[in-house]
Design a protein around this ligand. Structure first.
Ligand SMILES: Cc1ncc(COP(=O)(O)O)c(C=O)c1O
Length: 388
């Protein structure tokens, strides 16, 4: 079955819901049983039956089933946010005395999890150059239990040689986990490339409409319980409403992402022609350093990329972004709308030097007509120059 078809059909069981196309939002904490025998029986299957709201309602399970099918995984565990998904994946692997490897361009809160939360529990972290590839072998220690990946990495968008890292990890008995939020399982299926745990901040493209917080981890059957127990132990469960919105968003993922990709490519190529722009960081561009890896492993690019401007003052950046009509200034991305956010990775990188000619802006290109977006940005550059 092709992915577009799977996106429409996965996790749907109308026969279980009076023929309704979508599963209803089950608002449930307590699930009552008819007898002590039934209660005792179901307690043996807490993660596979519907036992208590925190373990998942039928709506949660429908979302998990659909995502697992898209990721070519056996199982998926839905949690309360993308960050909760990163945490559930990581905490399901590392224990006190372990060591993990994290790319230098990882989503910053993952670094904070490693530094502020895991270090006091005796888990060490070493950061690595995202371009390391099979060279990761030199950083693996006897106590290394996890290699974390993210491609392209947050903000600076470097690609990673995912299969090369996964192959080394397999050989050395180290578990791998990846943040797959940028590509989504529509454009990249990490488990097919040897990665053990695939994380999606469903808040972004899976939900797709900027109206819910949701995360999900996908895995082979043997890793399921560890992740599920971890998520449950820290009380990380999504609401049924959020899972419903995740499922509803998922059904249009293919068409939305294809349009995000087309729009983003148009705008990124336009940026490349602008004198105010020093570099565009987007692996879908043929001259991006990550293009060959992206082309080899991914089947498409989503709508998020970054731009390094030529030197400009804070006042010039403000003149540009403060009055953009179609680009909201705010955290997150993956909804239908365009966004812009300034960033500066110099403060948190530790093993790779980040040198940029000027200020950096991250753009999420939404589903607006790209002509309107370009006109808006063009006016923004006019203001930037006028403020110089
Ligand atoms: C790459 C990446 N991973 C994870 C997250 C976390 O997702 P959430 O905000 O749902 O916790 C985000 C966004 O905030 C992100 O950009």
């Amino acid at each position: 079955m092709k992915t577009e078809t799977r996106i429409v059909s996965a996790g749907r069981h109308p026969e279980q819901h009076f023929g309704a196309v979508n599963p209803p939002v089950y608002r449930a904490s307590t699930i009552v049983r008819r007898s002590l025998a039934e209660w005792r029986d179901v307690r043996n299957r807490i993660f596979d039956d519907v036992v208590y709201g925190r373990f998942g309602t039928p709506t949660t399970k429908a979302f998990e089933e659909a995502v697992a099918a898209l990721e070519n995984a056996d199982r998926a565990v839905a949690v309360s946010s993308g960050m909760a998904a990163c945490a559930a994946a990581i905490l399901s692997v590392v224990k006190g005395g372990d060591h993990m490897l994290v790319p230098d361009n990882a989503y910053q809160p993952v670094r904070k999890l490693a530094e502020n939360f895991l270090k006091p529990f005796g888990v060490g972290a070493t950061y690595y150059d995202p371009a390391i590839g099979a060279g990761i072998a030199d950083l693996i220690r006897d106590d290394t239990s996890l290699i974390w990946l993210e491609a392209p990495g947050s903000q600076t968008m470097e690609m990673q040689d995912i299969p090369a890292i996964a192959a080394v990890a397999r050989e050395r008995g180290v578990t791998t986990g990846i943040d797959n939020t940028w590509a989504t399982p529509f454009f990249f299926k990490p488990l097919d490339f040897g990665v053990d745990l695939s994380v999606n901040a469903a808040t972004k493209y899976l939900v797709g409409h900027s109206d819910a917080m949701l995360g999900v981890v996908s895995m082979r059957a043997e890793l399921f319980e560890k992740v599920k127990i971890t998520a449950n132990s820290v009380g990380s469960c999504p609401g049924s409403e959020e899972c419903y919105l995740g499922l509803r968003g998922l059904r249009t993922l293919a068409v939305r992402l294809k349009q995000h990709e087309a729009n983003a490519l148009r705008v990124a190529q336009w940026f490349q022609q602008r004198p105010e722009v020093n570099r565009v960081l987007y692996p879908a561009l043929p001259d991006d350093p990550g293009h060959a890896l992206w082309k080899r492993d991914f089947s498409g690019a989503s709508g998020l990329f970054s731009v390094i401007l030529e030197p400009a003052s804070e006042a010039q950046i403000a003149a540009m972004v403060d009055h953009l009509e179609h680009f909201g200034l705010g955290a997150s991305w993956g909804g239908y709308e365009s966004l812009v956010l300034p960033f500066d990775p110099t403060g948190y990188r530790t093993v790779t030097e980040w040198r940029a000619a000027g200020p950096c802006l991250r753009f999420h290109i939404g589903l607006e007509n790209p002509d309107d977006l370009i006109a808006d940005l063009e006016a923004g550059f006019d203001r930037l120059r006028a403020a110089g």
